[in-house]
Write a protein that binds this ligand. Structure first.
Ligand code: SF4
Ligand code: SF4
Length: 218
């Protein structure tokens, strides 16, 4: 989601690449689960997140949206589109994937924003870099860690290429929507976008990026 903030106010002013070391290590959170309790509607999920969740939980987009006793994701308005995000648990007030012991129960396939935190991404000149959100994560005496290791994502070059393309796709969708004034036509566009990139099931036995490219080109 686009944020209208002054990057100098929320960062140390530096841009980083995935091979850089940054001071964000928090000793595996050691009993803290603060950021997982304040997710609100901010952890917006991209198609790769949905693929990972469906694969890890042997589920589907529709099941994640409707499972009992509580769905783990829900739809929200973001940048004019309807996009899925992690849902707060009515029972605990935190992420539905947070255990009573304050641990993430889907750690190995958690969403990209969870992996990133407290880093952010800034898109400039047809590329993106990482920055540290200096007002996030109160853990003291943070250690240095390589961003690549922090993210812990297989095939990071392919993932980063996807992230950049997804950013452009969202930009294009926003731009297309701004040219549609008819309300029912806008609704049709939004629903078709959701169906194309999220709701139509991905085959979790097949590489994600190949399937994403097929949808992009369809
Ligand atoms: S706020 Fe920092 S230390 Fe606490 S759970 Fe989040 S990342 Fe870990
Ligand atoms: S998915 Fe895991 S890491 Fe992300 S907010 Fe939920 S409990 Fe925290």
């Amino acid at each position: 989601m686009k944020r209208d903030v002054d990057i100098d106010e929320i960062s140390d002013g530096c841009r980083y690449r995935s091979g850089d070391m940054v001071k964000i290590g928090c000793a595996e959170c050691k009993g803290c689960s603060e950021c997982c309790r304040q997710v609100d509607d901010t952890i917006i999920l991209d198609p790769y997140d949905i693929y990972q969740l469906c694969k890890g939980l042997d589920s589907s987009f529709d099941k994640l949206m409707s499972e009992e006793p509580e769905p783990s994701i829900e739809l929200g308005h973001a940048d004019g589109l309807l996009l899925p995000h992690l849902k707060l648990s009515k029972a605990s007030g935190g992420c539905t994937f947070l255990s009573n012991e304050g641990r993430c129960t889907i750690h190995s396939f958690r969403p990209g924003f969870c992996r990133l935190y407290p880093l952010g991404r800034i898109y400039e000149d047809g590329s993106f870099s990482y920055f540290i959100q200096i007002h996030e994560c109160p853990y003291p005496n943070k250690s240095k860690v390589k961003i690549k290791k922090w993210l812990g994502i297989d095939n990071l070059p392919a993932y980063e290429a996807f992230i950049l393309k997804w950013h452009d796709i969202l930009d294009d969708a926003r731009s297309n929507l701004s040219g549609i004034n008819d309300q029912s036509e806008r609704s049709r566009y939004i629903v078709a976008f959701l169906k194309r990139f999220y709701q139509t099931p991905y085959d979790t036995e097949v590489d994600f990026y190949t399937q994403f490219e097929e949808r992009f080109n369809s």
